[in-house]
Ligand binder design. Structure first.
Ligand SMILES: Cc1ncc(C[n+]2csc(CCOP(=O)(O)OP(=O)(O)O)c2C)c(N)n1
Ligand SMILES: [Mg+2]
Length: 359
């Protein structure tokens, strides 16, 4: 079985309800904690329902993010609305936390044109499927914002880009991180280190002891955090965002977890993953950990928890209904926007597609 790297020096706030005491994050009040909980439950519910919709044939291949919710919610709550988010496919539903409708994200997974949004409406970039290419996009946008701040005195925001451990082996990651470091771009490079890139384990991905060490080569500091601890993620991201806002340049955040679900609906991880470790991770998953924290603090009881879950489920029901009420997309969209002068063969292909669809 593949070796996983040791998890050294991870920042944690949430205790284990026994020997390890709960910590606190300065400045987070009761309402903030409950808002964070609502975001976690919405993401979890989105993910679990999406898997069901996939099995029912209602959406296409889906990249599961079960167990990664704390990284997404913790980081987004550390941002302001004007700050930009660059998601990978693993953060496909992160825009829900910015008000993108559930139906839009489900439509995206249906391959339906209703799944596209104008990034400027939400300051959430398009979901990036090519590994790592969102990093230079985010570095460029962040640099642009800092230029506007310096040259035009505009009160601009910062940017955060999400990518996986596997992405750190890509040229795009290097180019984006290097550019952000040199230009002192106000960017948070948030690495979701779930220790797998489909079937490639972290130990085969890098010879470095931690991914955070890579930051030194780009002249930026790094924070290493338990990615299953939503409060630790929030706190670390808030520090990174504060540096970016103060024009101190980019920060690398390595959030360490262990992928506790298949890579995507098309994957069978039993062929390569350590089942016992997955089971351990599932027992210690991030939503339950935060729920335990809130209950120990007397901020959550069964009634509120049930109400939050019911609301999220209702949002999902309405979302899938709205996505399925969309009229079918125009097949010509598949062919548009690729060529100024399309080759004749594409017109023939489109005609064939229309015949196939009975149009
Ligand atoms: C440029 C590019 N190469 C290969 C792929 C195929 N691919 C899809 S997901 C994936 C693994 C990425 O792993 P990681 O960066 O750790 O992100 P995770 O899926 O674990 O969140 C690969 C290689 C791709 N999408 N883009
Ligand atoms: Mg990974």
């Amino acid at each position: 079985m593949a070796q996983v790297l040791p998890e050294r020096g991870l920042r944690r706030v949430i205790g284990d309800g026994a020997a390890v005491a709960d910590g606190e994050v300065e400045g987070l009040g009761e309402d903030d904690l409950l808002a964070l909980y609502r975001s976690l439950v919405l993401l979890r519910t989105y993910d679990e329902r999406s898997l069901v919709y996939h099995r029912q044939g209602r959406i296409g291949t889906y990249a599961i993010f079960w167990g990664a919710e704390a990284m997404q919610a913790g980081a987004v709550h550390a941002l302001e609305r004007r700050d930009w988010i660059f998601p990978s496919y693993r953060e496909s539903a992160i825009g829900l936390l910015r008000g993108i409708p559930v139906s839009t994200v489900l439509s995206w997974w249906q391959g339906h044109p209703a799944g596209w949004w104008n990034p400027a409406d939400y300051n959430v970039a398009s979901i990036c499927v090519p590994i790592g290419t969102q990093v230079p996009h985010a570095a460029g946008l962040a640099w642009g914002m800092s230029l506007r701040r310096r040259l035009d005195g505009e009160d601009t925001g910062v940017a955060i880009v999400f990518f996986g451990d596997g992405a750190t082996s890509e040229g795009s990651f290097h180019e984006g991180a290097n550019f952000a470091g040199v230009m002192r771009a106000p960017l948070v490079l948030f690495c979701n280190n779930n220790q797998w890139a489909i079937s490639t384990p972290l130990a085969s991905q890098t010879a470095a002891a931690t991914l955070a060490e890579k930051a030194a080569g780009y002249g930026m500091p790094a924070l290493r955090v338990d990615g299953g601890d939503v409060l630790a993620v929030f706190e670390a991201t808030r520090e990174a965002v504060a540096r970016a806002r103060a024009d101190e340049g980019p920060t690398f955040v390595e959030a360490v977890t262990y992928r506790a679900a298949p890579h995507a609906t098309a994957d069978d991880p039993t062929a390569y993953i350590d089942g016992e470790r997955v089971e351990e991770e599932r027992q210690n998953e991030c939503v339950g950990r935060f729920e335990g924290y809130l209950r120990r603090a007397g901020l959550l009881d069964d009634e509120v928890a049930e109400q939050v879950r019911a609301e999220a489920l209702e949002t999902m029901r309405a979302g899938i209904a709205a996505a399925e009420a969309e009229p079918p997309g125009d097949p010509s969209l598949v062919f548009e926007h690729a060529y100024v002068d399309a080759p004749a063969v594409l017109a023939e292909d489109l005609a064939a597609l229309r015949r196939l669809l009975g149009e």
